[in-house]
Design a protein around this ligand. Structure first.
Ligand code: 5AD
Length: 335
Protein backbone atom coordinates (compact mmCIF):
# COMPACT_ATOMS: atom_id res chain seq x y z
CA UNK A 1 0.00 0.00 0.00
CA UNK A 2 2.82 2.40 0.89
CA UNK A 3 4.32 1.77 -2.55
CA UNK A 4 1.06 2.86 -4.16
CA UNK A 5 1.06 6.13 -2.24
CA UNK A 6 4.69 6.65 -3.20
CA UNK A 7 3.92 5.94 -6.85
CA UNK A 8 1.06 8.46 -6.81
CA UNK A 9 3.24 11.07 -5.07
CA UNK A 10 5.96 10.82 -7.71
CA UNK A 11 4.17 9.82 -10.91
CA UNK A 12 0.75 11.44 -10.29
CA UNK A 13 -0.83 8.42 -11.84
CA UNK A 14 -2.86 5.46 -10.52
CA UNK A 15 -5.11 2.90 -12.17
CA UNK A 16 -8.74 2.52 -11.13
CA UNK A 17 -7.89 -0.72 -9.29
CA UNK A 18 -5.10 1.00 -7.38
CA UNK A 19 -7.37 3.86 -6.34
CA UNK A 20 -9.96 1.37 -5.09
CA UNK A 21 -7.28 -0.44 -3.06
CA UNK A 22 -6.31 2.83 -1.38
CA UNK A 23 -9.92 3.82 -0.71
CA UNK A 24 -10.56 0.40 0.81
CA UNK A 25 -7.62 0.38 3.19
CA UNK A 26 -7.86 2.39 6.41
CA UNK A 27 -4.28 1.72 7.58
CA UNK A 28 -2.89 3.83 4.77
CA UNK A 29 -4.87 6.98 5.60
CA UNK A 30 -2.16 8.89 7.45
CA UNK A 31 0.44 8.18 4.75
CA UNK A 32 -2.02 9.23 2.11
CA UNK A 33 -2.90 12.53 3.81
CA UNK A 34 0.78 13.28 4.43
CA UNK A 35 1.68 12.61 0.78
CA UNK A 36 -1.17 14.86 -0.42
CA UNK A 37 0.01 17.59 1.94
CA UNK A 38 3.58 17.28 0.57
CA UNK A 39 2.41 17.44 -3.04
CA UNK A 40 0.21 20.43 -2.23
CA UNK A 41 3.18 22.28 -0.71
CA UNK A 42 5.50 21.37 -3.59
CA UNK A 43 3.10 22.38 -6.39
CA UNK A 44 0.89 25.18 -5.05
CA UNK A 45 2.77 26.35 -1.95
CA UNK A 46 1.64 27.32 1.52
CA UNK A 47 -0.66 30.16 0.56
CA UNK A 48 -4.40 29.74 0.85
CA UNK A 49 -6.69 31.39 -1.68
CA UNK A 50 -9.93 32.78 -0.31
CA UNK A 51 -12.91 33.00 -2.64
CA UNK A 52 -15.88 35.14 -1.60
CA UNK A 53 -19.07 33.22 -2.26
CA UNK A 54 -22.22 35.21 -3.09
CA UNK A 55 -25.31 32.98 -3.17
CA UNK A 56 -27.47 35.26 -5.28
CA UNK A 57 -30.57 33.16 -5.92
CA UNK A 58 -31.96 29.95 -4.43
CA UNK A 59 -34.59 29.49 -7.12
CA UNK A 60 -33.85 26.26 -8.95
CA UNK A 61 -35.46 24.39 -11.82
CA UNK A 62 -33.71 21.12 -10.87
CA UNK A 63 -34.84 18.41 -8.53
CA UNK A 64 -31.60 16.87 -7.31
CA UNK A 65 -32.72 14.30 -4.73
CA UNK A 66 -30.15 15.41 -2.13
CA UNK A 67 -30.44 19.17 -2.41
CA UNK A 68 -32.46 21.39 -0.06
CA UNK A 69 -33.18 24.03 -2.72
CA UNK A 70 -34.63 21.52 -5.21
CA UNK A 71 -37.66 22.86 -7.09
CA UNK A 72 -40.11 20.54 -5.32
CA UNK A 73 -39.15 21.71 -1.85
CA UNK A 74 -42.13 23.96 -1.34
CA UNK A 75 -40.95 24.85 2.17
CA UNK A 76 -37.78 26.55 0.95
CA UNK A 77 -38.12 30.33 1.21
CA UNK A 78 -37.00 31.59 -2.14
CA UNK A 79 -35.05 34.79 -2.76
CA UNK A 80 -33.34 36.46 -5.65
CA UNK A 81 -30.83 39.27 -5.19
CA UNK A 82 -30.98 42.33 -7.41
CA UNK A 83 -28.05 43.41 -9.49
CA UNK A 84 -27.23 46.25 -7.05
CA UNK A 85 -27.29 43.91 -4.04
CA UNK A 86 -24.94 41.45 -5.73
CA UNK A 87 -22.55 44.22 -6.66
CA UNK A 88 -22.67 45.62 -3.11
CA UNK A 89 -21.72 42.23 -1.65
CA UNK A 90 -18.91 42.02 -4.19
CA UNK A 91 -17.65 45.50 -3.21
CA UNK A 92 -17.72 44.58 0.49
CA UNK A 93 -15.78 41.40 -0.23
CA UNK A 94 -13.16 43.32 -2.19
CA UNK A 95 -12.82 45.78 0.70
CA UNK A 96 -12.17 42.82 3.01
CA UNK A 97 -9.36 41.77 0.70
CA UNK A 98 -10.89 38.98 -1.38
CA UNK A 99 -9.34 38.56 -4.84
CA UNK A 100 -12.02 36.27 -6.23
CA UNK A 101 -15.79 36.64 -6.29
CA UNK A 102 -17.89 33.51 -6.82
CA UNK A 103 -21.47 34.03 -7.98
CA UNK A 104 -23.45 30.92 -7.15
CA UNK A 105 -27.16 30.18 -7.55
CA UNK A 106 -29.69 27.49 -8.24
CA UNK A 107 -30.47 26.97 -11.92
CA UNK A 108 -32.47 30.17 -12.19
CA UNK A 109 -33.16 31.16 -15.78
CA UNK A 110 -34.63 34.48 -14.65
CA UNK A 111 -31.00 35.56 -14.67
CA UNK A 112 -30.63 35.97 -18.41
CA UNK A 113 -27.17 36.07 -19.93
CA UNK A 114 -27.85 39.72 -20.68
CA UNK A 115 -28.55 40.56 -17.03
CA UNK A 116 -25.61 38.44 -15.85
CA UNK A 117 -23.37 40.22 -18.38
CA UNK A 118 -24.17 43.58 -16.78
CA UNK A 119 -23.28 42.23 -13.34
CA UNK A 120 -20.10 40.50 -14.54
CA UNK A 121 -18.87 43.65 -16.30
CA UNK A 122 -19.38 45.72 -13.18
CA UNK A 123 -17.72 43.24 -10.82
CA UNK A 124 -14.77 42.92 -13.21
CA UNK A 125 -14.04 46.64 -12.79
CA UNK A 126 -13.09 45.82 -9.18
CA UNK A 127 -9.88 44.04 -10.26
CA UNK A 128 -10.90 40.57 -9.10
CA UNK A 129 -11.24 37.15 -10.65
CA UNK A 130 -14.87 36.18 -11.20
CA UNK A 131 -16.25 32.66 -10.93
CA UNK A 132 -19.74 31.59 -11.95
CA UNK A 133 -21.59 28.60 -10.53
CA UNK A 134 -25.04 28.72 -12.08
CA UNK A 135 -25.50 25.26 -13.59
CA UNK A 136 -26.06 23.99 -17.09
CA UNK A 137 -26.47 26.42 -19.99
CA UNK A 138 -25.83 26.18 -23.72
CA UNK A 139 -22.43 26.64 -25.35
CA UNK A 140 -23.62 29.97 -26.76
CA UNK A 141 -24.68 31.24 -23.34
CA UNK A 142 -21.42 30.15 -21.73
CA UNK A 143 -19.61 31.99 -24.51
CA UNK A 144 -21.50 35.22 -23.83
CA UNK A 145 -20.62 34.95 -20.12
CA UNK A 146 -16.96 34.30 -20.94
CA UNK A 147 -16.87 37.24 -23.34
CA UNK A 148 -18.42 39.41 -20.61
CA UNK A 149 -15.34 38.73 -18.50
CA UNK A 150 -16.09 35.70 -16.29
CA UNK A 151 -12.86 33.83 -15.63
CA UNK A 152 -13.94 30.59 -14.03
CA UNK A 153 -16.91 28.27 -13.78
CA UNK A 154 -17.84 25.63 -11.21
CA UNK A 155 -20.01 22.68 -12.21
CA UNK A 156 -19.68 19.51 -10.20
CA UNK A 157 -20.27 16.29 -12.09
CA UNK A 158 -21.60 15.06 -8.69
CA UNK A 159 -21.02 11.40 -9.71
CA UNK A 160 -19.69 9.77 -12.88
CA UNK A 161 -21.85 6.69 -12.31
CA UNK A 162 -24.43 7.30 -15.03
CA UNK A 163 -27.11 5.12 -13.44
CA UNK A 164 -26.66 6.73 -10.03
CA UNK A 165 -26.49 10.18 -11.67
CA UNK A 166 -29.83 9.63 -13.35
CA UNK A 167 -31.42 8.34 -10.13
CA UNK A 168 -30.19 11.39 -8.20
CA UNK A 169 -31.11 13.93 -10.87
CA UNK A 170 -34.60 13.25 -12.24
CA UNK A 171 -35.02 14.38 -15.86
CA UNK A 172 -31.38 15.46 -16.03
CA UNK A 173 -29.04 14.19 -18.70
CA UNK A 174 -25.63 12.89 -17.63
CA UNK A 175 -24.18 13.29 -21.12
CA UNK A 176 -25.24 16.92 -21.21
CA UNK A 177 -23.55 17.62 -17.89
CA UNK A 178 -20.30 16.16 -19.22
CA UNK A 179 -20.72 18.14 -22.40
CA UNK A 180 -21.17 21.36 -20.40
CA UNK A 181 -17.85 20.72 -18.65
CA UNK A 182 -16.02 20.14 -21.94
CA UNK A 183 -17.67 23.24 -23.41
CA UNK A 184 -16.45 25.32 -20.48
CA UNK A 185 -12.90 24.02 -20.95
CA UNK A 186 -13.07 24.72 -24.68
CA UNK A 187 -14.20 28.29 -24.05
CA UNK A 188 -11.18 28.91 -21.86
CA UNK A 189 -12.89 29.04 -18.47
CA UNK A 190 -10.83 27.77 -15.57
CA UNK A 191 -13.13 24.87 -14.97
CA UNK A 192 -14.04 23.47 -11.58
CA UNK A 193 -15.86 20.23 -10.95
CA UNK A 194 -16.17 17.73 -8.13
CA UNK A 195 -18.32 15.06 -6.58
CA UNK A 196 -20.39 14.10 -3.59
CA UNK A 197 -19.22 11.29 -1.35
CA UNK A 198 -21.76 9.06 0.36
CA UNK A 199 -24.70 9.06 -2.02
CA UNK A 200 -26.88 5.96 -1.56
CA UNK A 201 -25.55 2.98 -3.55
CA UNK A 202 -22.36 4.84 -4.50
CA UNK A 203 -19.41 2.44 -4.76
CA UNK A 204 -15.68 2.89 -4.23
CA UNK A 205 -15.26 1.93 -7.90
CA UNK A 206 -17.43 4.83 -8.94
CA UNK A 207 -15.46 7.23 -6.70
CA UNK A 208 -12.29 5.99 -8.41
CA UNK A 209 -13.95 6.74 -11.76
CA UNK A 210 -14.79 10.23 -10.50
CA UNK A 211 -11.13 10.92 -9.75
CA UNK A 212 -10.04 9.58 -13.13
CA UNK A 213 -12.68 11.73 -14.79
CA UNK A 214 -11.25 14.86 -13.10
CA UNK A 215 -7.90 13.95 -14.63
CA UNK A 216 -9.33 13.22 -18.06
CA UNK A 217 -11.14 16.59 -18.05
CA UNK A 218 -7.95 18.25 -16.78
CA UNK A 219 -10.11 20.11 -14.26
CA UNK A 220 -8.54 23.27 -12.85
CA UNK A 221 -10.38 23.06 -9.53
CA UNK A 222 -12.04 20.18 -7.71
CA UNK A 223 -14.44 20.42 -4.77
CA UNK A 224 -15.31 17.26 -2.87
CA UNK A 225 -17.78 17.04 -0.03
CA UNK A 226 -19.66 14.44 1.98
CA UNK A 227 -23.37 14.12 1.30
CA UNK A 228 -25.42 15.64 4.15
CA UNK A 229 -29.13 14.74 4.38
CA UNK A 230 -31.61 17.59 4.20
CA UNK A 231 -34.96 16.96 5.98
CA UNK A 232 -37.07 18.32 3.13
CA UNK A 233 -35.64 15.99 0.47
CA UNK A 234 -36.26 12.38 -0.57
CA UNK A 235 -32.86 11.45 0.95
CA UNK A 236 -33.74 12.76 4.41
CA UNK A 237 -33.27 9.38 6.09
CA UNK A 238 -30.00 8.45 4.40
CA UNK A 239 -26.98 8.74 6.74
CA UNK A 240 -24.44 11.41 5.90
CA UNK A 241 -21.33 10.54 3.91
CA UNK A 242 -18.09 9.65 5.66
CA UNK A 243 -15.74 12.53 6.39
CA UNK A 244 -12.70 10.24 6.14
CA UNK A 245 -13.74 8.87 2.78
CA UNK A 246 -14.39 12.35 1.37
CA UNK A 247 -10.96 13.39 2.67
CA UNK A 248 -9.37 10.37 0.98
CA UNK A 249 -11.03 11.12 -2.35
CA UNK A 250 -9.72 14.68 -2.01
CA UNK A 251 -6.19 13.55 -1.09
CA UNK A 252 -5.97 11.15 -4.04
CA UNK A 253 -7.26 13.93 -6.32
CA UNK A 254 -4.37 16.13 -5.10
CA UNK A 255 -1.86 13.35 -5.83
CA UNK A 256 -3.17 12.82 -9.34
CA UNK A 257 -3.76 16.49 -10.24
CA UNK A 258 -0.91 18.08 -8.28
CA UNK A 259 -1.16 21.70 -9.49
CA UNK A 260 -4.91 22.36 -9.31
CA UNK A 261 -6.90 24.35 -6.75
CA UNK A 262 -8.76 22.28 -4.19
CA UNK A 263 -11.11 23.83 -1.61
CA UNK A 264 -11.58 22.63 1.93
CA UNK A 265 -15.33 22.42 1.42
CA UNK A 266 -18.04 23.79 3.69
CA UNK A 267 -19.65 20.34 3.78
CA UNK A 268 -16.46 18.92 5.31
CA UNK A 269 -16.50 21.62 7.99
CA UNK A 270 -20.20 20.99 8.59
CA UNK A 271 -19.77 17.33 9.55
CA UNK A 272 -16.42 17.72 11.35
CA UNK A 273 -15.81 20.70 13.65
CA UNK A 274 -12.21 20.98 12.47
CA UNK A 275 -12.92 19.70 8.96
CA UNK A 276 -11.63 22.77 7.15
CA UNK A 277 -8.20 22.64 8.74
CA UNK A 278 -7.90 18.89 8.46
CA UNK A 279 -8.64 19.27 4.73
CA UNK A 280 -6.05 22.05 4.42
CA UNK A 281 -3.49 19.61 5.83
CA UNK A 282 -4.55 16.82 3.48
CA UNK A 283 -4.24 18.46 0.08
CA UNK A 284 -6.57 21.48 0.05
CA UNK A 285 -5.37 25.06 -0.65
CA UNK A 286 -8.59 27.08 -1.00
CA UNK A 287 -11.41 28.22 1.31
CA UNK A 288 -14.68 29.66 0.01
CA UNK A 289 -16.34 31.71 2.76
CA UNK A 290 -19.91 32.80 2.22
CA UNK A 291 -20.24 36.58 2.15
CA UNK A 292 -24.00 36.81 1.56
CA UNK A 293 -25.78 38.36 4.55
CA UNK A 294 -27.21 36.23 7.40
CA UNK A 295 -30.77 35.86 6.18
CA UNK A 296 -29.84 34.87 2.67
CA UNK A 297 -27.13 32.51 3.84
CA UNK A 298 -29.67 30.63 5.97
CA UNK A 299 -32.17 30.44 3.15
CA UNK A 300 -29.58 29.02 0.78
CA UNK A 301 -29.94 25.74 2.58
CA UNK A 302 -28.61 23.03 0.29
CA UNK A 303 -28.04 21.01 3.49
CA UNK A 304 -28.72 21.82 7.18
CA UNK A 305 -26.34 23.61 9.58
CA UNK A 306 -24.06 24.86 6.82
CA UNK A 307 -20.86 25.95 8.59
CA UNK A 308 -20.15 29.69 8.64
CA UNK A 309 -16.74 31.34 8.73
CA UNK A 310 -15.53 34.66 10.05
CA UNK A 311 -12.90 36.37 7.87
CA UNK A 312 -10.59 37.70 10.59
CA UNK A 313 -10.81 34.50 12.64
CA UNK A 314 -10.04 32.45 9.56
CA UNK A 315 -7.04 34.63 8.66
CA UNK A 316 -5.69 34.33 12.21
CA UNK A 317 -6.14 30.56 12.33
CA UNK A 318 -4.51 30.17 8.92
CA UNK A 319 -1.49 32.10 10.14
CA UNK A 320 -1.30 29.94 13.24
CA UNK A 321 -1.27 26.93 10.96
CA UNK A 322 1.63 28.44 8.96
CA UNK A 323 -0.57 29.23 5.98
CA UNK A 324 -0.94 32.84 4.87
CA UNK A 325 -3.80 34.27 2.88
CA UNK A 326 -2.72 34.76 -0.72
CA UNK A 327 -2.73 38.30 -2.11
CA UNK A 328 -3.07 37.00 -5.66
CA UNK A 329 -6.09 36.03 -7.70
CA UNK A 330 -5.09 32.40 -7.45
CA UNK A 331 -5.34 31.11 -10.98
CA UNK A 332 -4.05 27.62 -11.62
CA UNK A 333 -0.36 27.69 -12.40
CA UNK A 334 0.23 24.64 -14.53
CA UNK A 335 3.15 22.71 -13.06
N1 5AD B 1 -25.00 17.55 0.94
C1 5AD B 1 -23.77 17.88 0.51
N2 5AD B 1 -23.53 18.62 -0.58
C2 5AD B 1 -24.59 19.05 -1.28
N3 5AD B 1 -24.67 19.78 -2.40
C3 5AD B 1 -25.96 19.96 -2.70
N4 5AD B 1 -26.74 19.36 -1.79
C4 5AD B 1 -25.90 18.77 -0.89
C5 5AD B 1 -26.09 17.98 0.27
N5 5AD B 1 -27.32 17.65 0.70
C6 5AD B 1 -23.49 20.20 -3.17
C7 5AD B 1 -23.56 19.74 -4.62
C8 5AD B 1 -23.48 21.02 -5.41
C9 5AD B 1 -22.83 21.96 -4.44
C10 5AD B 1 -23.05 23.41 -4.72
O1 5AD B 1 -23.38 21.60 -3.20
O2 5AD B 1 -22.44 18.91 -4.91
O3 5AD B 1 -22.75 20.91 -6.61
Amino acid sequence: MRKLVEKARIQHHLTKEEIVLLLNNADINDDLFKAADDVRREFVGDEVHLRALIEFSNYCRCNCKYCGIRAENKLAERYRLKREEIINYARKAVDFGYKTIVMQSGEDLTFSTEYLTQIIREIKTLNVALTLSIGERSYEEYKILKDAGADRFLLRIETTDKILYEKMHPKSDFENRKKCLYNLKKLGFETGSGCLVGLPEQTLESLADDILFFKELDADMIGIGPFIPHPQTPLKDVPHGSFELALKVMAITRLLLPDINIPATTAMETINPNGRFIALKSGANVVMPNVTGGDYCEKYEIYPNKAAVDYSELTRKLQEAGRNVSQEKGFRKKG
